[in-house]
Design a protein. Structure first.
Length: 319
């Protein structure tokens, strides 16, 4: 049995390896198609229009349109695979949890509210499936895309590539600064939401007793207090994620400005053509896009790991 959390996640997804491979293939195809667009876009703006070449102009338009159509078809195929994979994972994992819950002793239920258990079975399972069906594949593809784009930039212009990747270490500083803080808040948010589920379930299950003792206001104040705490936790977590995202965007923008200066001076010095300038700037923008995607993926992984741990806590409880 695998004790590593990611090993156990792999065990959950292993029955669907074929679908995940197909999904990854569609994403790789989309990545390849995306790498073609800057080449033909640069030819269109940097060569066909300035030189008045109608044949090349029409060729560029047709090829760009074909890339768009094929990308749309492949994107639909990917979404279709993800919907099937996500639905089956949710079904299997919830069924596994439900079967396991029925085997647990009464002592387990005496120490936990039904709302907390429902929260783990519904919300936390969703976190696991969203991680498997989107986050993991996006991480692999974004990493692959970034590596390929760095290689493409070094092939066309090593100086531009060096300037473009010079700002990337700053992203690691942001990761180490925000990771622990957001993880802690994600855990607190999940625990607080489970308490709210438990409170609502408890009150509704004993609503006759609550009404007979005129306890509506008391229970309402108690729930409002817990929801306010949940709101403050989510607000703090959201603010940190937003600051992290803005920092990522600013770092990428600084890199683009540096590349723009280097390429611009090269064009003015007739070391680069306008077509090469447009193509290189497009690839640099595409390089920073997967970096931003990776930061966004990390922000999804942090709360998803909390959900995974909470699901495994239930499954690891001995009957």
């Amino acid at each position: 049995m695998r004790h590593n959390i990611w090993g156990r996640v792999y065990d959950i997804a292993s029955p669907y390896k074929v679908r995940m491979v197909v999904s990854m293939a569609t994403l790789l195809t989309l990545t390849g198609l995306g790498l073609l667009s800057p080449i033909w876009g640069a030819k269109l703006v940097g060569k066909a229009l300035p030189e008045g070449d109608r044949a090349l102009f029409i060729e560029c338009i047709l090829i760009l349109a074909a890339i768009h159509v094929v990308s749309s078809i492949v994107s639909f195929a990917y979404s279709y695979q993800m919907r099937i994979l996500g639905g089956r994972l949710v079904f299997d994992l919830r069924r596994k949890m439900y079967d396991h819950l029925q085997k647990l002793s009464l002592g387990y239920y005496e120490s936990r509210s039904s709302g907390e258990i429902i929260s783990r079975m519904m919300n936390d399972v969703n976190a696991v499936t969203s991680l498997l069906t989107g986050t993991v594949l996006n991480t692999i593809i974004s990493s692959f895309k970034a590596v390929v784009l760095v290689g493409v930039l070094f092939y066309y212009n090593p100086t531009v590539a060096t300037v473009a990747i010079a700002v990337l270490p700053l992203h690691f500083l942001g990761y180490f600064f925000f990771r622990a803080r957001i993880s802690h808040l994600s855990w607190k948010s999940s625990e607080k939401m489970a308490q709210i589920y438990g409170k609502v379930s408890e009150v509704l299950g004993a609503i006759k007793m609550v009404k007979s003792h005129s306890g509506e206001r008391r229970e309402s104040r108690s729930l409002i207090s817990q929801m306010r705490e949940s709101y403050e936790i989510d607000l703090h977590s959201g603010n940190l994620s937003k600051i992290w995202g803005q920092a990522t965007g600013n770092i990428s923008y600084a890199g683009e400005v540096l590349v723009m200066l280097v390429c611009g001076f090269a064009v003015l010095g007739q070391e680069l053509s306008l077509e090469q300038y447009i193509m290189l700037m497009s690839y640099v923008a595409m390089l920073y896009a997967p970096i931003s995607e990776l930061i966004g993926v990390v922000q999804q992984i942090l709360p998803a790991k909390v959900g995974i741990r909470r699901v495994f806590e239930v499954l690891d409880t001995a009957p």
